[in-house]
Design a protein around this ligand. Structure first.
Ligand code: ZN
Length: 364
């Protein structure tokens, strides 16, 4: 694995627009002197103070993004106490706003997961508690400049883009330093391939907030043939989440499943504009997702090598396709699913039911 990954891990949490995020981007820039910097605007979440007390005793705990304010009350009455649900998406269905403040707990773990807008001051704590709680955080979202760092592997008329976001909550090893290291190493392998398309590797700022994909949303989509985002992979399989025109290329991977593109990673701003796109992730990492326990594990090395070799085979096959071939496959599935339009741009929209995307179907 690329040794820079462990250097990045040492920096600690690197949230969107933070000085740590900037340091990671600096190291990548130094490693690739030929890089290009594309400035973007984002927001840094500046936490000036945060503390949680239970029965007068200070507890280890982290304030949940982007909640703020101070409240004191009885747990179960003014302060809601919830166990971390089995899937982070389920946090949305908890009745958080019925309380003046919220504590979410999980034994031995801290997590930072974005809660629905308007949620009361909320903290994540590493054990169940009872009694009187006092929680307080002063923080604000400050507009700052950051940048995406782009490394061109080869020239072309249109480009295959490999994407990885560098910002992360808490330890963030698999989400997403592992992917950053993978793409830093993949460049050498990609250079050896004889491809018809151009190739770029893009290290993105601000995927995690203040809303999804702040960095990739500002990427110009002109000349983009296809995008592959590597985001939250975890040994030893992948969820292959892509536009239908890329489904057949999933045979190169050790698959958990193939699905429609999720709207929650950096491929999505491209997919929404009609570009063939894929994100590789793995929901086997739910246990460590956005926590202080997302750290290296022994099977990372083998997985890393396997994923790299799968990506090379995938790239060779993707490169052999033409835009027309991909469009044909895309519209074949689009028609089956009731899409009547004749452009790809805007054909796929988020689906609140599956939390993936679906074809836009006009109701008659
Ligand atoms: Zn991620």
């Amino acid at each position: 694995m690329n040794p820079s990954v462990f250097e990045f891990l040492e920096l600690g949490e690197a949230t969107h627009g933070s000085p740590q995020e900037s340091k990671i981007l600096d190291t990548i820039s130094h490693g690739f002197p030929e890089h290009t910097v594309v400035n973007i605007t984002t927001k840094y979440w500046e936490v000036n103070s945060s503390a949680v007390y239970v029965n007068g005793e200070r507890l280890e705990g982290v304030v949940m993004p982007y909640t703020k304010g101070c409240v004191k009350g009885k747990i179960g009455r003014e302060i809601g106490l919830f166990q971390m649900p089995s899937h982070p998406f389920l946090l949305k269905s908890l009745p958080l706003s019925q309380y003046e403040g919220v504590l979410i707990y999980e034994e031995g773990k801290l997590r930072k997961i974005v809660l629905p807008q308007g949620s009361p001051p909320s903290f994540f704590i590493p054990r169940k508690v009872e009694g009187i709680a006092e929680i307080c955080s002063e923080n604000e979202l400050v507009t700052v400049s950051s940048r995406n760092v782009e490394v061109k592997v080869r020239d072309g008329d249109s480009y295959i883009l490999f994407l990885a976001h560098v910002d992360h909550w808490l330890t963030g090893f698999h989400d997403n330093l592992f992917s950053v290291g993978l793409l830093m190493d993949l460049k050498k392998d990609l250079e050896k391939l004889n491809l018809k398309h151009g190739v770029k590797i893009v290290f993105l700022s601000s995927e995690e907030g203040p809303r999804c994909c702040t960095g990739s949303m500002q990427y110009p989509t002109k000349d983009v043939f296809s995008v592959i985002s590597i985001d939250a992979t975890y040994p030893s399989r992948v969820v292959y989440s892509s536009t239908p025109d890329l489904w057949s290329l999933s045979s190169h991977f050790n698959l958990k499943r193939v699905e429609m593109p999720t709207p929650f990673s950096d491929h999505f701003p491209f997919v929404a504009k009609g570009i063939p796109g894929l994100v590789l992730y793995n929901d086997d990492m739910i246990g460590v997702y956005h926590s202080n326990t997302d750290l290296p594990i022994p099977s990372d090395d083998g997985y890393y090598k396997e994923l790299k070799s799968s990506l090379i085979k995938f790239t060779l096959e993707l490169d052999s396709k033409t835009k027309e071939e991909l469009d044909e496959k895309f519209f074949e599935v689009a028609r089956q699913r009731g899409y009547r339009g004749d452009v790809r741009d805007g054909a796929l929209v988020p689906d609140p039911e599956t939390l993936l995307t679906k074809f836009r179907v006009e109701s008659s």
